[in-house]
Design a protein around this ligand. Structure first.
Ligand code: CS2
Length: 499
């Protein structure tokens, strides 16, 4: 891209020559920075003419901003030694996620071959199955229950009665509810098969998407559920690219460097990875041209990413915040935190034995990625939704360690840090930013070991019945700040600026 210019122009199709835009063949739910730094970038780089129609999650703002720029935005690749700028053109149209007319119209077209999802761990609205059975749609969840009732009430033949916003008189809020309406339109149109690709940090995320969507379908229309079983392929994928929130300084930097007043740039590290497993019955972009890897068994790759990258992230988000740090790079520069990260990685690495995984090289690369001094990746951003994230990132490592006859203490530390930070935040009237915030607040009212047990039950009810896990966490609580405030972990309070 050319050097800095002094006069800034808006970014849109009249100021930036894109050539013919690609045909929309992918629908995306969850239009956010990560999607734009990852799947949109892979699709652009595949270079075979696939375009995306993206739907927002909660707020329609991102769609409005992107449409004002004809879908164009700058991707800033932020390396330790400087920025590279690229304008992405694969995002062809953007919609309010509540707009089920637009979603149904798109999904009813045979051209649309893929639905990708970045709706966060919480977006699947799953509840753990009893005794470790697979998770299922949480029908006790208020939004799920409201959508089920409204969908039942608005069913008309094979589809649903749509109004200006959502169902006539009801805004569908859950991803499963929205997707169900769109897929009903597809089935009614002609029923072409389609792939749903989950791009969220959950183990077996394809199965999670399936459980969420089929759970909703079974409650609303068993015939539609049967159609989904037969025609929708749920693809598992492990996604990776560190994407901090865009700041005003980033926007100013983009204007300075490119000459475009882009209101919606996105900043990401240069590294990106996407590993996928599953069928694409209606075709797909040649994402492998952009470096994506297609495998038969995703699990080893998924564990490596979720445990080593995300597990360390969550450990740093809570332990680092307790110790007064604000970003990943700051937390990692703290010798004690980096030792805990190494201990956590040693525990996880015992169970990542496939030689293709090359764990030593992966760990070395992670250390470098985390230390990138130009990426301000805030612990507060990563620390959100801890009850769900820890269940995917720390609990499985602990279980694997116990299964091998070890105490798994290194994998309990992220849980202890989350508990200490949550209690400290609640005691100063701060929000814990978690879908289970109410349960966390109630659990925090207990004291001592009872509090540890109650907080652990919010993350994993089965694990909370394991006295070794509870006492292992209890021993770590209150030891993570300098000097440790142990043994009465109730008195712990974070140092300096907490998120
Ligand atoms: C982070 C992830 O916010 C978080 O929970 O751990 O978003 C992480 O940055 C990405 O998974 C990196 O690929």
């Amino acid at each position: 891209m050319s050097a800095a210019r002094t006069v800034k122009r808006p970014l849109n199709a009249s100021t930036y020559e894109t050539g013919a835009r690609p045909r929309v063949r992918i629908v995306h739910l969850g239009l956010g920075a990560f999607h734009r730094a990852h799947q949109a970038w892979y699709t652009e780089r595949a270079g075979d003419g696939w375009g995306i129609a993206a739907f927002t999650g909660r707020s329609p703002d991102a769609a409005r901003q992107l449409n004002e720029q004809d879908g164009l935005y700058t991707l800033v690749e932020r390396a330790a030694d400087g920025d590279r700028h690229a304008i992405i053109t694969s995002e062809v149209e953007a919609h309010d996620g509540a707009d089920l007319q637009a979603l149904s119209t798109l999904l009813a077209q045979p051209d649309i071959a893929i639905v990708t999802l970045t709706v966060t761990e919480a977006g699947y609205r799953l509840a753990a199955g009893p005794g470790g059975t697979p998770a299922h749609l949480d029908t006790a969840d208020e939004l799920v229950a409201a959508d089920i009732a409204a969908l039942r009430a608005h069913q008309e033949g094979m589809t649903f009665t749509l109004g200006a916003q959502g169902l006539d008189g009801h805004v569908v809020r859950t991803t499963a509810g929205r997707l169900l309406v769109g897929l009903a339109a597809r089935r009614a149109a002609d029923g072409w098969p389609i792939a749903v690709v989950s791009c969220d940090n959950l183990p077996a995320n394809g199965a999670a998407a399936r459980a969420s969507l089929l759970g909703m379908a079974e409650q609303v229309d068993p015939l539609l559920a049967a159609w989904i079983e037969a025609n929708v392929s749920f693809v598992d994928s492990s996604i990776d690219r560190i994407t901090p929130q865009t700041t005003d300084a980033d926007r100013a930097g983009v204007a300075e460097a490119t000459g475009y007043d882009d209101v919606a740039p996105v900043v990401a590290e240069p590294f990106a990875s996407w590993v996928l497993a599953g069928d694409f019955p209606a075709g797909r972009p040649a994402w492998e041209q952009a470096g994506a890897l297609f495998v038969d068994d995703l699990e080893p790759y998924e564990r490596r990413k979720l445990w080593l990258l995300n597990g360390a992230h969550s450990l740093m988000a809570y332990a680092g915040a307790l110790r007064g740090h604000a970003t990943i790079a700051d937390a990692l520069a703290d010798r004690r935190v980096s030792d805990w990260v190494e201990e956590f990685w040693n525990a996880a690495a015992h169970h990542l034995l496939d030689p293709h995984l090359d764990i030593p090289a992966y760990r070395a690369a992670l250390r470098e990625r985390f230390a990138n001094p130009r990426i301000a990746h805030h612990l507060a951003q990563i620390g959100r939704d801890g009850s769900l994230k820890l269940a995917a990132r720390a609990v499985p490592v602990y279980r694997a360690e116990c299964g091998a006859g070890r105490d798994g203490a290194a994998a309990l530390r992220p849980l202890a840090a989350w508990m200490d930070l949550s209690v400290a935040r609640l005691s100063t009237g701060q929000d814990v930013h978690d879908p289970a915030a109410g349960l966390i607040a109630t659990a925090a009212e207990a004291t001592g070991t009872e509090q540890t047990r109650a907080l652990l039950a919010v993350v994993d009810a089965t694990l909370a019945e394991d006295p070794d896990a509870v006492s292992g966490i209890d021993r770590l609580r209150g030891t993570l700040i300098d000097p440790p405030s142990n043994p009465a972990h109730r008195s712990v309070s974070p140092k300096g600026n907490t998120p």
